[in-house]
Design a protein around this ligand. Structure first.
Ligand code: UDP
Length: 484
């Protein structure tokens, strides 16, 4: 009997490590567990060593094809050097449309389904042109998605800046959002990135479904709200598929000899991992307080140290690729810090094998900027967190982790607003690593770890959700064929 033809999926990732990682992991999952053939299209300049590394690692073992789209010519777009992150991403994605179309047209076998990430909603019409189903992958959590989808409504109903509101933003059926927790593009309604953000939110329902990098048990109530009448009006015919946690696998030799030997010598769950994602940065003053806080906590640590690049507290906290390398970064530390912490601390300049570090048995805490990939990587390794939100949707994530999911503690004031002092850092680190309060976080994150494993296993909710998405896709393909 002839084997049924495999579905071929085209996945489009926007630039940036935090976007590339979950798209590639989704691609691998579709191939390994659901019998798809996958091509991931990446809008990447390869300028970032980290992106290049992620693309390389996606190829071993080679489950899918990765096609890099040429960098679009942005000269006629009016995009200035100070354009905000979301503006930059959306303009790049927009300008890449002709290239994406022609690369697809040149493919020997045309795709049966298109999946774009949240910055790629303007590419959904390519799915229509090709006459194939198309989905939007939002590699974040359900509360973020609710706020995102609800933003065109908030845009109509709320006057003035969200950050100046004296009451919380109400979203039907969801935890209200504090004005200071809104996502970066909502901080300034006069900025282009705000308009791009609201536009993207309005385009999401053009897709045939939304894929979300969470699992049902993690955010059951918010997911129920998203599937309720009040939201269904906004995302009619656009089911939400919870398919996570999709995280990078641990590479067996990923730690390298020196770090592995050091971690192997430390007691179980005694090391705090300190890292701020692919581009998290802080002021020189904050960096000194953090160093003192770590030292005063008397806890072991592995710190991915990046050169401070923020000029003031109002500056940007995302600075991909500009972190210093080598000994240069060490000069920003308090005098004598490296000598005094020689036996308990391990400093890695710029970039570290994060997933491998978090999975090491000696690691027992993560001081994190709360990027969604980092958050999931912490949870799947059963590691509680000190939440240190900086940019994008991280303030929302930090609130979710501390107030709803219960796996993190956080500073009293937002680190993007006020310098967090050494005594408070010491207290937070000790709370997670040694104090009684930390035990509850640890128990909770371990429970979530096993609930995540169940969700991803065959028959689990996330596995089944991708099966449903595949069925939906096949059904739509049949309908489209019939209609022609
Ligand atoms: N990452 C890493 N090493 C580093 C910093 C980051 O491997 O030194 C990886 C991290 O494991 C995660 C991704 O880069 O998979 C960062 O994504 P996240 O959503 O956490 O944050 P973003 O960088 O998008 O702010």
């Amino acid at each position: 009997m002839e084997k049924p033809k495999k579905l071929r999926a085209a996945l489009l990732s926007s630039p940036g490590v935090g976007h590339l990682v979950p798209v590639i992991e989704l691609g691998k999952r579709l191939v390994a567990d659901h019998g798809f053939e996958v091509t991931v299209f990446v809008l990447s300049s390869r300028a970032s060593h980290a992106e290049a590394e992620i693309i390389e690692s996606a190829m071993t073992p080679k489950l899918l094809d990765v096609v890099e789209l040429p960098s679009p010519d942005l000269s006629g777009t009016g995009l200035g050097p100070d354009a905000a992150v979301v503006t930059r991403l959306t303009v790049m994605m927009r300008e890449a449309r002709p290239a994406f179309r022609s690369v697809i047209a040149a493919m020997e076998v045309q795709p049966d389904v298109l999946i774009v990430d949240l910055f790629g909603t303007e590419h959904l019409c390519t799915g229509d042109e090709l006459g194939i189903p198309k989905y939007v992958y939002v590699p974040s959590n359900a509360w973020f998605l609710a706020l995102f989808i609800y933003s065109p409504t908030l845009d109509k109903e709320v006057k003035g800046e969200y950050v100046d509101l004296t009451k919380q933003l109400e979203i039907p059926g969801c935890k209200p959002v504090r004005p200071e927790d809104v996502v970066d593009p909502m901080l300034d309604r006069s900025d282009q990135q705000y308009h791009e953000y609201v536009r993207m939110a309005g385009e999401i329902p053009m897709g045939d479904g939304i894929l979300l990098n969470v699992w049902e048990d993690l955010q059951a109530e918010t997911l129920t709200a998203l599937r309720n009448e009040e939201f269904l009006g906004r995302i009619a015919n656009c089911p939400v598929y919870t398919i996570g946690p999709l995280t990078r696998p641990v590479r067996p030799a990923g730690l390298g000899t020196e770090l592995l030997e050091w971690l192997d010598k430390q007691p179980s769950e005694s090391v705090l991992f300190v890292s701020f994602g692919s581009g998290g940065t802080m002021s020189a003053e904050q960096l000194i307080e953090l160093a003192w806080g770590l030292e005063l906590s008397q806890q072991r640590f592995v710190w991915v140290l990046r050169k401070p690049t923020v000029k003031s507290l109002d500056g940007s906290f995302f600075d991909a690729g500009k972190g210093g390398v080598g000994d240069e970064v060490l000069s920003f530390l308090p005098s004598g810090f490296t000598e005094r912490t020689h036996n308990i601390g391990f400093i890695i300049p710029s970039w570290a094998p994060q997933m491998e570090i978090l999975s090491h048995p000696s690691v027992g805490g993560f001081l994190s900027h709360c990027g969604w990939n980092s958050t999931l990587e912490s949870i799947v390794n059963g590691v509680p967190m000190v939440a240190w939100p900086l940019y994008a949707e991280q303030r929302l994530n930090a609130t979710l982790l501390t107030e709803e999911i219960g796996v993190a503690v956080r500073p009293k004031e937002l680190p993007s607003k006020k310098i967090v002092g050494r005594e408070e850092i010491k207290k937070l680190v000790r709370m997670v690593m040694v104090e009684k309060e930390g035990h509850a976080l640890r128990d909770r994150v371990k429970d979530l770890k096993s609930s995540a494993e169940k969700a991803m296993a065959k028959g689990g909710s996330s596995y089944e959700s991708l099966c449903k998405m595949k069925e939906d896709c096949q059904m739509r393909i049949r309908h489209i064929k019939k209609a022609h």
